[in-house]
Design a protein around this ligand. Structure first.
Ligand code: GLU
Length: 303
C-alpha cells in the first residue's frame, strides 16, 4: 500500500475512537476545542508529505514544544545542562512536586514540567527574557515565519500556572534555577502556546529523522544531539506511558495536552497526529491508535 492509502485506511479505522477520552479543560481555549477532530500527517526524509483529516489545522502543541526548547538548550549549553536535569523516565505525573522533592531538586528528565523549566532557564541565560531562539528554530525548521504562539492560550496558561510556578520557585529554592522563576514560567507558558498543524510539526521535527537537518538542508543541531533527543523522547516523551507506548507504537515520540503527538522514525520519516480526546495518562486516544496502526501497516519502527 502507498502512504496515502495507508493514511486513509488509518483515518477510517480510528474514527470510532475520535472524540473518546477527555479534552484538556484547565484553560477555556483548550476546553472549547471540538473533540471530533482528527488529523494525521507523515513526512518522509526525501520530502514526500502525506496528510489526512484535519492535518493542516493548527492546534496548541503544548508539551511537544519541550523537545524544541531542549534542542536549543543542548546546543547553547552543551553537556553542562545535565548537571541540572536527569535523563530517566519519571513514573509519576508530569507536574509532580513530590517527585522534585524526592529527587533533591534535580528534575528527573527534561520532558516533565520541572525539567522543562530548567531547560527554559538555560535558554534564557543565553538569550534574554524570552524564548525567541526556540521560535527561531521552529521557523527555520519549518521555513515558515508565520508560526507563532496563540496569545489567548498563552495568557490563560500564565494566569493559571500556579503549579508550574510552584515548581519553578521550588527549583529556585533548591538552587537549580539560575534566573527569575516567574520569568522562566512565562517563557515556558508562551512556548506551550505555540500553534502548529500536523503537517507543520512534521516539517519542524524533520531534523530528528535526518541527523539534524531541517527540510531546507540547514543543519539545525548535530547528529549526536538528534540521536540523544530521540532517546529522551522514547524514554520520557509520552508522560507516564512510555512503556506501553513503546510496546504499541515503537517510535520516539512527544505528546501534549492539546492532543498532538509527534513520532520519529530516524532515517525514514516523521509522523504527527492530532485528536483532542486524551486517555487517562494524557495521551490522545485516537492519535496513539493512529500511530500504532501506522507502524503496524508500514512495518517500520525502531524495533
Ligand atoms: N501547559 C501545560 C502545562 O505546563 C502543558 C502540559 C502538557 O502538554 O503536558 O501544564
Amino acid at each position: 500500500m502507498d502512504t496515502g492509502s495507508v493514511l486513509s485506511t488509518i483515518a477510517a479505522e480510528v474514527q470510532p475512537l475520535v472524540g473518546q477520552g477527555a479534552v484538556a479543560s484547565y484553560i477555556p481555549p483548550l476546553a472549547a476545542i471540538d473533540p471530533a477532530r482528527f488529523g494525521l500527517a507523515v513526512r518522509a526524509t526525501d520530502g514526500a508529505e502525506h496528510a489526512v483529516g484535519d492535518a493542516t489545522e493548527r492546534f496548541s502543541i503544548q508539551s511537544i514544544a519541550k523537545v524544541l526548547s531542549l534542542a536549543v538548550a543542548m546546543d547553547l549549553e552543551g553537556d553542562t545542562l545535565w548537571a541540572r536535569v536527569g535523563r530517566e523516565p519519571s513514573g509519576t505525573a508530569f507536574n509532580s512536586l513530590v517527585q522534585l522533592e524526592a529527587d533533591g531538586g534535580v528534575p528527573r528528565n527534561p520532558m516533565i514540567n520541572a525539567g522543562a523549566l530548567v531547560v527554559m532557564d538555560a535558554v534564557l541565560a543565553h538569550t534574554g527574557p524570552d524564548a525567541t531562539p526556540v521560535l527561531d528554530l521552529v521557523r527555520a525548521a519549518t521555513d515558515d515565519a508565520t508560526l507563532t504562539v496563540d496569545g489567548a492560550v498563552a495568557e490563560a496558561e500564565i494566569a493559571t500556572a500556579h503549579r508550574t510556578r510552584a515548581l519553578a520557585h521550588y527549583l529556585k529554592a533548591f538552587g537549580t534555577l539560575r534566573g527569575d522563576p516567574d520569568t522562566v514560567v512565562e517563557a515556558y507558558c508562551r512556548l506551550c502556546a505555540l500553534s502548529m498543524s500536523c503537517v507543520e510539526l512534521c516539517r519542524a521535527f524533520t531534523f530528528l529523522a535526518t541527523g539534524g537537518h531541517a527540510p531546507s538542508g540547514q543543519q539545525v543541531i548535530s547528529t549526536r544531539q538528534a540521536k540523544r533527543l530521540n532517546a529522551i523522547m522514547l524514554t520520557c516523551g509520552v508522560y507516564d506511558e512510555a512503556g506501553d507506548f513503546a510496546y504499541r507504537v515503537g517510535l520516539p515520540a512527544k505528546s501534549g495536552v492539546g492532543g498532538g503527538i509527534v513520532a520519529v522514525m530516524p532515517g525514514e520519516f516523521v509522523a504527527a497526529t492530532w485528536s483532542p480526546g486524551l486517555g487517562p495518562r494524557g495521551n490522545s486516544v485516537a492519535g496513539t491508535m493512529a500511530l500504532e496502526l501506522l507502524t503496524t501497516y508500514t512495518g517500520r519502527s525502531v524495533f
